[in-house]
Design a protein around this ligand. Structure first.
Ligand code: ZN
Ligand code: ZN
Length: 254
């Protein structure tokens, strides 16, 4: 009888783990989304990669919404043609859906802050066009009471990771959240707009006049928060306002 067969199962497992650690030098890297062992750190396994919808051109020149067919240089989607947002350009890495939700929520509520490095790298790639000539990245702030409870702001983590990946410097405290807005989770578009109206202001003494800024957040849902932040920066005289998010919700079928 083989020695290992006489050991209790959890011992065998522990020995195997120690053996592997000794061989690899470190614990094996795991898929960022589902946790299976993968070949390289900060990556997704093939299944998770295939399940997620990464945005790619052709897309709306303004908001980055993917088009089913090439529409020509500078073409914008129906929403952008109808309404002028306060920001100039927006880009997102991926669609916010049941597959990407796990990554987003893990970063936001799950203390999986180590995700930020990889996700920030993806955002740096997806936002290349708007980051290229930007002066600063401005993360969407949390209200201080929420920051106190959560201990970190996921938008700040992403902003610093984008900078670490080669992006512009972070202006961490230029935007301030004036009041604690109720969670946007179950609100519709109109309610979200009301909810964040007047919620942000520019920290006194900070001048954004003529600056090229990119607002960073984890998810763009209706766009109400990004719009409100962009309005504040625009009112302060910003020369360019971009919006870069990890994920973006699309209407069903969109
Ligand atoms: Zn996976
Ligand atoms: Zn658009």
């Amino acid at each position: 009888m083989h020695l290992s067969a006489t050991l209790p199962a959890h011992w065998r497992q522990a020995f195997r783990r120690i053996g592997r650690t000794l061989v690899d030098g470190v614990l094996p890297p795991r898929c960022l989304a589902c946790g299976v062992v993968v070949g390289e750190p900060d990556a997704l396994c093939g299944r998770c990669w295939a399940s997620m919808t990464f945005f790619a051109p052709p897309w709306c020149a303004a908001c980055g919404l993917p088009f089913p067919h090439p529409m020509g240089e500078g073409a914008v989607c129906a929403d952008c043609a109808r309404d002028r947002a306060s920001w100039d350009r927006a880009r997102s890495v991926m669609r916010y859906d049941k597959h990407s939700r796990h990554l987003v929520l893990g970063l936001k509520h799950g203390d999986r802050t180590h995700l930020a490095k990889a996700l920030g790298g993806w955002m740096h790639r997806a936002g290349g066009e708007i980051l290229e000539r930007a002066d600063f990245i401005v993360p969407v702030p949390l209200h201080w009471t929420r920051l106190f409870a959560r201990r970190y702001n996921q938008a700040s983590l992403l902003a610093h990771a984008i900078h670490a990946a080669g992006g512009p410097p972070v202006a961490p405290d230029w935007l301030v959240r004036r009041r604690r807005t109720p969670s946007q989770g179950r609100l519709g578009a109109a309610a979200r707009t009301r909810n964040v109206r007047g919620a942000f202001f520019l920290r006194p003494g900070r001048s954004v006049k003529g600056r090229r800024l990119v607002i960073v957040d984890d998810v763009l849902t209706t766009g109400a928060t990004a719009e409100e932040c962009a309005r504040v920066l625009r009112r302060g005289g910003a020369g360019f306002v971009g919006v870069l998010t990890l994920a973006r919700a699309l209407r069903a079928g969109g």
